[in-house]
Every structure is written in C-alpha cells, then in structure tokens.
Design a protein around this ligand. Structure first.
Ligand SMILES: Nc1nc2c(c(=O)[nH]1)N[C@H]1C(S)=C(S)[C@@H](COP(=O)(O)O)O[C@H]1N2
Ligand SMILES: [Mo]
Length: 338
C-alpha cells in the first residue's frame, strides 16, 4: 500500500522544537501506520474527535488575566525541553472544574483568586494567614523547570515560579509533633462546579486533600508555585498558589490551596482514600510498580501540539530526581509503600 506522507514543509516550525529531530523521526515511523489507517477510512480525523489519538484542543485564555512576575531564572535545567505554554494551560487535571482535560481551562476562567487567604496552622509556634499579595511578595521567587509525571502516564516539562515550601514552614516554626503536612484546596461549589456535580467532578470527595511527610515537605525540591512561564498561574493550573512535588505523581501537587496544617499522625488523602490499591500515600514515581490497570514503565511526553505530540519515553525512578530524594526512602519497601 502506498502511504502518503506530508512533505516536511507542511510542518509548522513550531512543531519542530529542539527536542530532537531524533524522537520525531522515530515517531514518524510509528505515525505512518496511523496515517495509513486513516487513509483507509478515507477521511481526515478531526483533532477533537478521538481523544485516544490526539490531545484535547488547545483553549485560549479569554477572561482570566495573569500578571508578569519577577524571579530568578532557573539556569540549571535549561537542557530540558519545555512543554509549550499553550499545552500546559489547556491540558489539565483539576476535577473541581471537570474531569476532562479540556474542561478546567474552559470552566475556570472566572475563578476569583483575589482576595485569597492561605492559613498555615497546627503543630507549630507561629501560625499565620497569608493574603493574596503575600503569596508573591513574602519570598523572593525562583523559576524551577520541573518534569511533571501524571499517574495516567503522560508528562510535561513546566517552568514553574515559586518558593520552597521549606521557607514557608520555617516561618511558622513546626514543633516536634509536626510529622506530616496536610494541604486543602478551596471548597466553593458556586465557583467550582465539579464539587457538587458528581459527573462533572469525577466522583471524588471534596475538598481535595493531599499530604506529605514532614521531611518530604522540607525537601528543597518541594515548591509552592505561584506562577508558570513568567506569569502568575492561570486558574486551571491552580491559581493563586499550588504545590509542586516533582518526584511524585501529579495528583500530589494539589492546586488552589487555602489551608496547610502540620499534624502528628498520617492523614488520609483524597485519591488514596478513594482507591487505596491504586493510589498510595507516597505516590513516588516508580516505573517498577505498575498501576493495577496500566504500566508505569513509560510515559507520553507532551511536547508540541502537532502531529508529533506523543513521544513515548521511559519513566525514571523518582521521576529522575532520585539523587535529591531517594535517601528519604532508604528504609522503606517501595513496592509496599507505593
Ligand atoms: N485540587 C486539585 N488539585 C490537583 C488535581 C485536582 O483534580 N484537584 N489534579 C492533580 C493531578 S492528577 C495532576 S496530574 C496535576 C496537574 O497539574 P496541571 O494541570 O497544572 O498540569 O494537578 C493535581 N492537582
Ligand atoms: Mo495526575
């Protein structure tokens, strides 16, 4: 069978990132099979028609206004190929605004992030409440270019802006009973329609709750993010402040946080409580421990929005951050503590 391939000139230059002509060539070989199949059907498949083959369509931010931030540039991770901003802000998991990838960008545009209050309390000497302006002014901001690996086996590279959670925790002075840190997302069904519509919200319990062990929370990689791509966060990515824990599956990186509490005993968290055999408390990225319903050995790196958007790569233990974090789990059986 003759397979027609688009000439190279038909590719937009934005489709050809530095990422590697190599990866794209490999992908091209795979895509040929697919193009062949669609040629057989005799019609082009629209991008939105088949979520199995293509990402959801990119959504332009319409109403929500982001603001440029001042920050120290991440010069250590420049070799990582960033996921295009348009993908980062249009392919989201934020069930409060709908469980489909395109819904948060569409349904969160009128989300009110100012005024905002974030309370940090519990087992500490100096509990505090931060207002909206404090979030971007209390600490000097840094860019951190991190890989984000979703438990669903897709991944991105995102230039976050924020500050280490450790700096914030040091400010409240945890006491010796502080063994875990619990985070809670805003609960406001009027603004977050998924919170009282089980179908839209994917049937999970709200408010969304996540937690870390205190040493994980104090690890320098653990970031409180207030921005991405040089600007304040869009609501679909967790405005005005969210957690980013790059060596753990994405669901640990809780969005739009209003409460942080230091506690003495291990708390229950949203996904772990819902399906404990599928989602553990630790949720460290681990290619050797499969999800009961799919393999975690590889992932689809979302790069450009073009034909070559689906690059299959190997998943790394601790998402490639083992050097900085593996020591925290030395004594643990990671197949039991998944
Ligand atoms: N409150 C809240 N936080 C959340 C989620 C969510 O549904 N609600 N989804 C998580 C999951 S599964 C992932 S992969 C990341 C996605 O972050 P992103 O949309 O900024 O890429 O957010 C995490 N934080
Ligand atoms: Mo995820």
């Amino acid at each position: 069978m003759l397979i027609k391939i688009q000439p190279k000139s038909a590719l937009k230059t934005s489709d050809i990132t530095d990422e590697s002509v190599y990866l794209q060539r490999r992908q091209l070989v795979k895509s040929m099979g697919f193009l062949g199949a669609s040629a057989l059907i005799g019609s082009a498949i629209p991008k939105t028609a088949n979520a199995g083959f293509f990402d959801s369509k990119d959504t332009d931010i319409t109403n929500f206004k982001t603001t440029p931030l001042t920050f120290a540039t991440d010069t250590d991770n420049l070799s990582l190929i960033k996921t295009p901003e348009q993908k980062v802000i249009s392919h989201n998991n934020f069930y409060e605004f709908g469980a489909q990838k395109h819904q948060p960008a569409e349904l969160a545009q009128n989300f009110k992030v100012n005024p905002w209050q974030l309370t940090i309390s519990g087992e500490c000497d100096n509990p505090i409440t931060l207002d909206y302006d404090d979030l971007t002014t209390m600490f000097s901001l840094e860019e951190r270019i991190y890989r984000l690996r979703c438990v669903e086996a897709w991944s991105m590279v995102i230039p976050w802006i924020g500050f280490s959670l450790a700096r914030l925790l040091n400010k409240v002075a945890p006491n010796s009973s502080a063994k875990y840190v619990v985070f809670e997302t805003l609960h406001d069904p009027k603004q977050m329609p998924g919170q009282d519509d089980r179908r839209l919200g994917g049937g999970i319990a709200y408010p969304y709750v996540e937690a870390l062990r205190i040493d994980e929370a104090m690890n320098p990689l653990t970031l409180m993010s207030v921005g991405l791509y040089g600007k304040t966060l869009p609501p679909q990515n967790g405005a005005p402040i969210r957690l980013v824990v790059p060596w753990k599956y994405g669901f640990k990186s809780i969005k739009s946080i209003v409460r942080i509490k230091l506690v003495s005993t291990k708390p229950e968290t949203t996904w772990q409580k819902l399906a404990p055999s599928e989602y553990g408390f630790y949720a460290n990225v681990n290619p050797n421990h499969d999800h009961p319903r799919w393999s975690q050995a590889s992932e689809r790196r979302i790069t450009s929005g073009g034909l070559f958007a689906r690059n299959r790569i190997e998943t790394l233990p601790f998402n490639g951050y083992g050097e900085q974090v593996a020591h925290m789990y030395k004594e643990m059986d990671l197949s039991k503590n998944y």
